[in-house]
Design a binder for this molecule. Structure first.
Ligand SMILES: [Fe+2]
Length: 408
Protein backbone atom coordinates (compact mmCIF):
# COMPACT_ATOMS: atom_id res chain seq x y z
CA UNK A 1 0.00 0.00 0.00
CA UNK A 2 1.49 3.40 -0.94
CA UNK A 3 2.30 5.95 1.77
CA UNK A 4 -0.65 8.15 0.83
CA UNK A 5 -3.04 5.22 1.09
CA UNK A 6 -1.53 4.18 4.40
CA UNK A 7 -1.98 7.65 5.84
CA UNK A 8 -5.50 7.79 4.50
CA UNK A 9 -6.37 4.42 5.98
CA UNK A 10 -4.98 5.54 9.33
CA UNK A 11 -7.18 8.64 9.27
CA UNK A 12 -10.20 6.55 8.33
CA UNK A 13 -9.62 4.13 11.21
CA UNK A 14 -9.32 6.98 13.67
CA UNK A 15 -12.75 8.36 12.84
CA UNK A 16 -15.66 6.17 13.88
CA UNK A 17 -18.96 6.45 12.07
CA UNK A 18 -21.57 8.75 13.55
CA UNK A 19 -25.22 8.01 12.90
CA UNK A 20 -27.21 11.20 13.22
CA UNK A 21 -28.94 13.57 10.87
CA UNK A 22 -29.07 16.53 13.25
CA UNK A 23 -25.88 18.26 12.04
CA UNK A 24 -27.36 18.32 8.55
CA UNK A 25 -30.40 20.15 9.80
CA UNK A 26 -28.31 22.65 11.72
CA UNK A 27 -26.09 23.24 8.71
CA UNK A 28 -29.15 23.69 6.50
CA UNK A 29 -30.48 26.37 8.79
CA UNK A 30 -27.10 28.08 8.91
CA UNK A 31 -26.81 28.06 5.12
CA UNK A 32 -30.32 29.45 4.72
CA UNK A 33 -31.49 26.29 3.00
CA UNK A 34 -34.53 24.20 3.60
CA UNK A 35 -34.03 20.80 5.20
CA UNK A 36 -32.79 18.14 2.78
CA UNK A 37 -31.87 20.78 0.22
CA UNK A 38 -29.54 19.32 -2.38
CA UNK A 39 -27.33 22.40 -2.13
CA UNK A 40 -26.62 22.11 1.59
CA UNK A 41 -23.15 21.06 2.72
CA UNK A 42 -23.07 17.61 4.31
CA UNK A 43 -20.66 18.24 7.15
CA UNK A 44 -20.60 14.76 8.59
CA UNK A 45 -17.49 12.95 7.54
CA UNK A 46 -19.24 9.57 7.75
CA UNK A 47 -22.77 8.37 8.22
CA UNK A 48 -24.46 5.01 7.84
CA UNK A 49 -27.92 3.87 8.82
CA UNK A 50 -31.23 2.37 7.83
CA UNK A 51 -33.35 4.45 5.48
CA UNK A 52 -37.07 4.99 6.03
CA UNK A 53 -39.18 3.36 3.35
CA UNK A 54 -42.59 4.55 2.25
CA UNK A 55 -44.59 1.62 0.93
CA UNK A 56 -42.94 -1.76 0.56
CA UNK A 57 -39.74 -2.81 -1.19
CA UNK A 58 -40.04 -6.07 -3.13
CA UNK A 59 -38.11 -8.94 -1.53
CA UNK A 60 -36.32 -9.71 -4.79
CA UNK A 61 -34.73 -6.25 -4.94
CA UNK A 62 -31.11 -6.74 -3.95
CA UNK A 63 -28.05 -4.66 -4.79
CA UNK A 64 -25.99 -1.58 -4.12
CA UNK A 65 -25.95 1.78 -5.86
CA UNK A 66 -22.96 4.12 -5.55
CA UNK A 67 -22.78 7.77 -6.51
CA UNK A 68 -20.14 10.47 -6.11
CA UNK A 69 -20.92 14.17 -6.18
CA UNK A 70 -20.17 17.54 -4.63
CA UNK A 71 -21.23 17.49 -0.98
CA UNK A 72 -19.22 20.05 0.98
CA UNK A 73 -18.63 23.61 -0.16
CA UNK A 74 -16.49 24.89 2.71
CA UNK A 75 -13.98 22.53 4.20
CA UNK A 76 -13.45 24.52 7.40
CA UNK A 77 -17.19 24.73 8.21
CA UNK A 78 -16.93 28.47 8.30
CA UNK A 79 -18.61 30.48 5.64
CA UNK A 80 -19.12 29.16 2.16
CA UNK A 81 -15.67 29.30 0.63
CA UNK A 82 -17.03 28.05 -2.68
CA UNK A 83 -19.85 29.59 -4.68
CA UNK A 84 -20.27 27.05 -7.44
CA UNK A 85 -21.95 23.65 -7.51
CA UNK A 86 -19.08 21.76 -9.15
CA UNK A 87 -16.52 23.06 -6.61
CA UNK A 88 -17.93 20.98 -3.76
CA UNK A 89 -15.66 18.37 -2.17
CA UNK A 90 -16.60 14.88 -3.26
CA UNK A 91 -18.97 12.82 -1.14
CA UNK A 92 -19.52 9.14 -1.87
CA UNK A 93 -23.08 7.91 -1.35
CA UNK A 94 -24.24 4.29 -1.10
CA UNK A 95 -27.80 2.96 -1.11
CA UNK A 96 -28.25 -0.79 -0.61
CA UNK A 97 -31.39 -2.88 -0.95
CA UNK A 98 -31.66 -6.30 0.67
CA UNK A 99 -34.61 -8.40 1.87
CA UNK A 100 -37.08 -5.55 1.76
CA UNK A 101 -34.85 -3.10 3.63
CA UNK A 102 -32.81 -0.11 2.50
CA UNK A 103 -29.62 1.15 4.10
CA UNK A 104 -27.74 4.30 3.22
CA UNK A 105 -24.27 5.66 3.83
CA UNK A 106 -22.18 8.62 2.81
CA UNK A 107 -18.57 9.55 3.36
CA UNK A 108 -16.29 12.37 2.23
CA UNK A 109 -13.54 11.28 -0.13
CA UNK A 110 -10.13 12.19 1.20
CA UNK A 111 -8.62 13.68 -1.92
CA UNK A 112 -5.51 15.85 -1.72
CA UNK A 113 -7.75 18.85 -2.43
CA UNK A 114 -10.03 18.12 0.54
CA UNK A 115 -7.28 17.15 2.99
CA UNK A 116 -5.14 20.20 2.13
CA UNK A 117 -8.17 22.50 2.44
CA UNK A 118 -8.93 21.14 5.92
CA UNK A 119 -5.33 21.50 6.99
CA UNK A 120 -4.94 25.00 5.49
CA UNK A 121 -8.38 26.37 6.34
CA UNK A 122 -9.22 26.98 2.69
CA UNK A 123 -8.76 25.61 -0.82
CA UNK A 124 -5.22 25.07 -2.03
CA UNK A 125 -5.88 23.51 -5.44
CA UNK A 126 -8.01 25.09 -8.17
CA UNK A 127 -11.59 23.86 -8.39
CA UNK A 128 -14.03 24.25 -11.31
CA UNK A 129 -14.91 27.92 -10.90
CA UNK A 130 -11.65 29.19 -9.48
CA UNK A 131 -8.90 31.14 -11.17
CA UNK A 132 -5.34 31.66 -9.93
CA UNK A 133 -4.81 34.80 -7.87
CA UNK A 134 -3.28 37.66 -9.89
CA UNK A 135 0.31 38.47 -9.06
CA UNK A 136 3.56 39.59 -10.59
CA UNK A 137 5.03 38.18 -13.76
CA UNK A 138 6.73 35.33 -11.91
CA UNK A 139 3.42 34.38 -10.26
CA UNK A 140 1.64 34.43 -13.60
CA UNK A 141 4.24 32.16 -15.17
CA UNK A 142 4.00 29.84 -12.19
CA UNK A 143 0.19 29.84 -12.43
CA UNK A 144 0.26 29.03 -16.13
CA UNK A 145 2.70 26.16 -15.60
CA UNK A 146 0.56 24.89 -12.71
CA UNK A 147 -2.57 24.84 -14.88
CA UNK A 148 -0.99 23.46 -18.04
CA UNK A 149 0.86 20.70 -16.18
CA UNK A 150 -2.16 19.93 -14.00
CA UNK A 151 -0.17 20.43 -10.78
CA UNK A 152 -2.39 23.33 -9.64
CA UNK A 153 -5.64 21.58 -10.60
CA UNK A 154 -7.88 19.79 -8.19
CA UNK A 155 -8.00 16.04 -7.67
CA UNK A 156 -11.48 16.37 -6.13
CA UNK A 157 -13.28 13.30 -7.63
CA UNK A 158 -16.86 14.57 -7.57
CA UNK A 159 -18.00 13.72 -11.11
CA UNK A 160 -18.55 10.01 -10.96
CA UNK A 161 -17.81 6.55 -9.64
CA UNK A 162 -17.15 3.49 -11.76
CA UNK A 163 -15.99 -0.13 -11.49
CA UNK A 164 -12.61 -1.13 -12.93
CA UNK A 165 -13.76 -4.68 -13.65
CA UNK A 166 -11.63 -6.42 -11.03
CA UNK A 167 -13.37 -5.37 -7.82
CA UNK A 168 -11.71 -1.96 -7.60
CA UNK A 169 -13.93 1.12 -7.62
CA UNK A 170 -12.71 4.47 -8.94
CA UNK A 171 -13.97 8.02 -8.34
CA UNK A 172 -12.90 10.76 -10.70
CA UNK A 173 -13.42 14.22 -12.12
CA UNK A 174 -12.06 16.02 -15.16
CA UNK A 175 -8.40 16.41 -14.24
CA UNK A 176 -6.44 13.30 -15.16
CA UNK A 177 -4.83 13.21 -11.73
CA UNK A 178 -8.20 13.09 -10.02
CA UNK A 179 -8.68 9.35 -9.90
CA UNK A 180 -9.11 7.98 -6.38
CA UNK A 181 -9.81 4.37 -5.37
CA UNK A 182 -12.52 3.82 -2.77
CA UNK A 183 -13.84 0.83 -0.82
CA UNK A 184 -17.44 0.20 -1.98
CA UNK A 185 -18.40 -1.36 1.37
CA UNK A 186 -16.90 1.05 3.92
CA UNK A 187 -16.69 3.99 1.47
CA UNK A 188 -13.18 4.61 2.80
CA UNK A 189 -10.62 6.30 0.56
CA UNK A 190 -8.13 3.58 -0.38
CA UNK A 191 -5.59 5.76 -2.20
CA UNK A 192 -4.59 7.29 -5.51
CA UNK A 193 -5.08 5.45 -8.76
CA UNK A 194 -2.12 6.01 -11.07
CA UNK A 195 -2.14 5.14 -14.75
CA UNK A 196 0.63 2.79 -15.90
CA UNK A 197 1.14 4.53 -19.23
CA UNK A 198 2.82 7.59 -20.67
CA UNK A 199 -0.32 9.46 -21.67
CA UNK A 200 -1.02 12.91 -20.30
CA UNK A 201 1.48 15.54 -19.23
CA UNK A 202 1.65 19.18 -20.26
CA UNK A 203 -1.52 20.37 -22.06
CA UNK A 204 -3.10 16.91 -21.68
CA UNK A 205 -4.28 17.23 -18.09
CA UNK A 206 -8.03 17.01 -18.77
CA UNK A 207 -10.29 14.01 -19.29
CA UNK A 208 -13.98 13.46 -19.87
CA UNK A 209 -15.78 13.44 -16.54
CA UNK A 210 -17.95 10.47 -17.46
CA UNK A 211 -16.12 7.52 -19.04
CA UNK A 212 -18.21 4.83 -20.70
CA UNK A 213 -17.88 1.43 -19.02
CA UNK A 214 -18.62 -1.80 -20.89
CA UNK A 215 -18.23 -5.42 -19.77
CA UNK A 216 -14.66 -5.55 -21.08
CA UNK A 217 -13.25 -2.02 -20.93
CA UNK A 218 -13.77 1.62 -20.14
CA UNK A 219 -13.56 4.35 -22.75
CA UNK A 220 -12.69 7.98 -22.17
CA UNK A 221 -11.72 11.07 -24.16
CA UNK A 222 -8.66 13.23 -23.45
CA UNK A 223 -8.78 16.76 -24.91
CA UNK A 224 -5.48 17.88 -26.45
CA UNK A 225 -5.07 21.56 -25.67
CA UNK A 226 -1.72 21.96 -27.46
CA UNK A 227 -2.88 20.64 -30.82
CA UNK A 228 -6.67 21.06 -30.62
CA UNK A 229 -8.17 17.61 -30.79
CA UNK A 230 -9.23 14.62 -28.75
CA UNK A 231 -7.59 11.30 -27.97
CA UNK A 232 -10.06 8.46 -27.55
CA UNK A 233 -8.57 5.86 -25.21
CA UNK A 234 -9.59 2.52 -23.77
CA UNK A 235 -8.52 0.67 -20.64
CA UNK A 236 -9.20 -3.05 -20.38
CA UNK A 237 -11.03 -4.36 -17.29
CA UNK A 238 -8.52 -4.95 -14.51
CA UNK A 239 -5.80 -2.96 -16.26
CA UNK A 240 -4.13 0.30 -15.20
CA UNK A 241 -2.95 1.13 -18.69
CA UNK A 242 -4.78 3.27 -21.23
CA UNK A 243 -4.36 2.57 -24.93
CA UNK A 244 -5.07 5.07 -27.68
CA UNK A 245 -7.85 4.04 -30.07
CA UNK A 246 -7.51 7.11 -32.25
CA UNK A 247 -7.38 10.87 -32.48
CA UNK A 248 -9.98 13.37 -33.68
CA UNK A 249 -8.72 16.76 -34.80
CA UNK A 250 -10.89 19.73 -33.89
CA UNK A 251 -12.41 21.55 -36.87
CA UNK A 252 -12.88 24.75 -34.84
CA UNK A 253 -10.60 26.49 -32.38
CA UNK A 254 -8.58 27.84 -30.75
CA UNK A 255 -9.11 25.01 -28.24
CA UNK A 256 -11.29 21.89 -27.93
CA UNK A 257 -14.84 22.21 -26.67
CA UNK A 258 -15.68 21.28 -23.09
CA UNK A 259 -15.64 17.49 -22.87
CA UNK A 260 -17.77 16.42 -19.90
CA UNK A 261 -19.28 13.37 -21.55
CA UNK A 262 -19.55 11.67 -24.92
CA UNK A 263 -21.40 8.78 -26.53
CA UNK A 264 -20.55 5.24 -27.58
CA UNK A 265 -22.37 2.69 -29.72
CA UNK A 266 -21.50 -0.93 -30.47
CA UNK A 267 -18.99 0.07 -33.17
CA UNK A 268 -18.45 3.81 -32.86
CA UNK A 269 -17.38 6.57 -30.49
CA UNK A 270 -19.17 9.90 -30.98
CA UNK A 271 -16.96 12.86 -30.00
CA UNK A 272 -18.79 16.19 -29.65
CA UNK A 273 -17.03 19.49 -30.37
CA UNK A 274 -19.27 22.19 -28.95
CA UNK A 275 -18.50 25.91 -29.08
CA UNK A 276 -18.11 26.25 -25.29
CA UNK A 277 -14.34 25.92 -25.51
CA UNK A 278 -11.54 25.82 -22.97
CA UNK A 279 -10.36 29.40 -22.56
CA UNK A 280 -6.89 30.12 -23.95
CA UNK A 281 -6.52 33.26 -21.81
CA UNK A 282 -7.46 31.31 -18.69
CA UNK A 283 -4.93 28.61 -19.55
CA UNK A 284 -2.03 30.82 -20.55
CA UNK A 285 -2.58 34.00 -18.51
CA UNK A 286 -4.58 32.69 -15.57
CA UNK A 287 -7.28 35.29 -16.30
CA UNK A 288 -10.97 34.66 -15.51
CA UNK A 289 -12.94 33.45 -18.52
CA UNK A 290 -16.57 34.45 -19.25
CA UNK A 291 -17.79 31.03 -18.17
CA UNK A 292 -15.16 30.06 -15.57
CA UNK A 293 -12.72 27.87 -17.53
CA UNK A 294 -14.58 28.32 -20.80
CA UNK A 295 -15.64 30.85 -23.41
CA UNK A 296 -18.63 30.63 -25.75
CA UNK A 297 -17.45 30.88 -29.37
CA UNK A 298 -20.38 29.98 -31.66
CA UNK A 299 -18.58 31.42 -34.69
CA UNK A 300 -15.88 28.76 -34.23
CA UNK A 301 -18.34 26.11 -35.37
CA UNK A 302 -19.98 23.09 -33.76
CA UNK A 303 -19.31 19.53 -34.81
CA UNK A 304 -20.00 15.88 -34.14
CA UNK A 305 -17.25 13.41 -34.98
CA UNK A 306 -17.76 9.67 -35.36
CA UNK A 307 -14.79 7.34 -34.78
CA UNK A 308 -14.68 3.63 -35.56
CA UNK A 309 -13.88 1.74 -32.33
CA UNK A 310 -11.91 -1.01 -34.09
CA UNK A 311 -9.76 1.09 -36.45
CA UNK A 312 -9.59 4.44 -34.66
CA UNK A 313 -10.41 6.23 -37.90
CA UNK A 314 -12.74 9.22 -37.94
CA UNK A 315 -15.40 8.02 -40.36
CA UNK A 316 -17.68 11.06 -40.25
CA UNK A 317 -17.42 14.67 -39.11
CA UNK A 318 -20.60 16.70 -39.22
CA UNK A 319 -21.11 20.44 -38.70
CA UNK A 320 -24.22 21.11 -36.64
CA UNK A 321 -25.93 24.23 -35.23
CA UNK A 322 -24.37 25.67 -32.04
CA UNK A 323 -25.34 23.44 -29.13
CA UNK A 324 -24.84 23.36 -25.37
CA UNK A 325 -24.92 19.80 -24.08
CA UNK A 326 -23.24 18.59 -20.91
CA UNK A 327 -24.63 15.05 -20.74
CA UNK A 328 -25.26 12.46 -23.41
CA UNK A 329 -28.15 10.15 -22.74
CA UNK A 330 -28.06 7.34 -25.25
CA UNK A 331 -26.53 6.34 -28.55
CA UNK A 332 -27.22 3.49 -30.92
CA UNK A 333 -26.83 2.32 -34.48
CA UNK A 334 -29.61 1.94 -36.98
CA UNK A 335 -29.15 -0.92 -39.40
CA UNK A 336 -30.33 -1.23 -42.96
CA UNK A 337 -32.04 -4.13 -44.66
CA UNK A 338 -31.16 -7.66 -43.55
CA UNK A 339 -29.49 -6.40 -40.38
CA UNK A 340 -26.39 -5.35 -42.35
CA UNK A 341 -23.77 -2.77 -41.38
CA UNK A 342 -24.81 0.31 -39.46
CA UNK A 343 -26.57 2.79 -41.68
CA UNK A 344 -26.80 5.52 -39.13
CA UNK A 345 -25.67 6.55 -35.67
CA UNK A 346 -28.20 8.26 -33.44
CA UNK A 347 -27.18 10.22 -30.34
CA UNK A 348 -29.52 11.73 -27.78
CA UNK A 349 -28.28 14.46 -25.51
CA UNK A 350 -29.77 16.89 -23.05
CA UNK A 351 -29.37 20.20 -24.87
CA UNK A 352 -29.90 23.72 -23.54
CA UNK A 353 -31.07 25.65 -26.60
CA UNK A 354 -27.55 26.50 -27.78
CA UNK A 355 -27.20 28.76 -24.75
CA UNK A 356 -24.38 28.49 -22.16
CA UNK A 357 -26.53 30.24 -19.51
CA UNK A 358 -26.85 26.92 -17.66
CA UNK A 359 -23.24 27.44 -16.54
CA UNK A 360 -24.33 30.56 -14.63
CA UNK A 361 -27.47 28.86 -13.33
CA UNK A 362 -25.39 26.32 -11.44
CA UNK A 363 -23.84 28.97 -9.16
CA UNK A 364 -24.80 28.11 -5.59
CA UNK A 365 -26.48 31.43 -4.79
CA UNK A 366 -28.80 30.90 -7.74
CA UNK A 367 -29.52 27.28 -6.91
CA UNK A 368 -30.22 28.20 -3.29
CA UNK A 369 -32.59 30.96 -4.35
CA UNK A 370 -35.02 28.46 -5.83
CA UNK A 371 -37.65 27.51 -3.28
CA UNK A 372 -40.22 24.95 -4.33
CA UNK A 373 -39.35 25.67 -7.94
CA UNK A 374 -37.65 23.68 -10.60
CA UNK A 375 -34.03 24.78 -10.90
CA UNK A 376 -33.77 23.85 -14.57
CA UNK A 377 -37.33 24.04 -15.91
CA UNK A 378 -36.20 23.98 -19.52
CA UNK A 379 -34.21 20.81 -18.96
CA UNK A 380 -37.14 19.10 -17.33
CA UNK A 381 -40.09 20.27 -19.36
CA UNK A 382 -38.50 21.24 -22.64
CA UNK A 383 -35.57 18.93 -22.84
CA UNK A 384 -34.08 19.05 -26.28
CA UNK A 385 -32.71 15.83 -27.67
CA UNK A 386 -30.41 16.23 -30.61
CA UNK A 387 -30.46 13.31 -32.99
CA UNK A 388 -27.46 13.19 -35.26
CA UNK A 389 -28.06 10.85 -38.15
CA UNK A 390 -24.90 10.25 -40.12
CA UNK A 391 -24.63 7.96 -43.14
CA UNK A 392 -21.87 5.43 -42.78
CA UNK A 393 -22.34 3.55 -46.01
CA UNK A 394 -19.09 2.41 -47.54
CA UNK A 395 -17.22 4.05 -49.16
CA UNK A 396 -19.02 7.37 -48.62
CA UNK A 397 -18.28 7.73 -44.93
CA UNK A 398 -18.32 11.51 -45.00
CA UNK A 399 -21.84 11.78 -46.39
CA UNK A 400 -24.26 13.53 -44.09
CA UNK A 401 -27.68 11.95 -44.47
CA UNK A 402 -29.55 14.25 -42.17
CA UNK A 403 -29.34 16.10 -38.92
CA UNK A 404 -32.47 16.84 -37.01
CA UNK A 405 -33.34 18.28 -33.66
CA UNK A 406 -36.52 17.41 -31.85
CA UNK A 407 -37.98 18.80 -28.65
CA UNK A 408 -39.94 16.67 -26.25
FE1 LIG B 1 -21.92 15.05 -15.02
Amino acid sequence: MPATATATARRNRARPAKATTRPQEAAAARDGCTELSAWTSVRQERWEGELPVQGRLPDWLSGTYLRSGPGLWDADGGGGAFHYLFDGYATLVRVSFRQGRATGAHRLIESDAYVSAVESGGPVLLEFSQCPKPGNMLDRVSNAVGILSGAALTDNPNAGVLPLGDGRVLCLTESTKSSVLVDPETLATVGKFRYADGLGGMMMMIQSGHPIVTESELLKVLPDLARPGHLVVRMAAGSDKREVIGRVDCRGGPTPGWMHSFAVTENYVVVPEMPLRYSASRLLKGEPAPYYAFEWLPASGSYMHVMCRSTGKTVASVEVPPFMAIHYINAYEERGEDDGPAAAVIVDCCEHYGDPAIIETLALHRLRSFRDQDVLPDARYHTMYMHMVVALWQPMHQLLLSSRVTVS
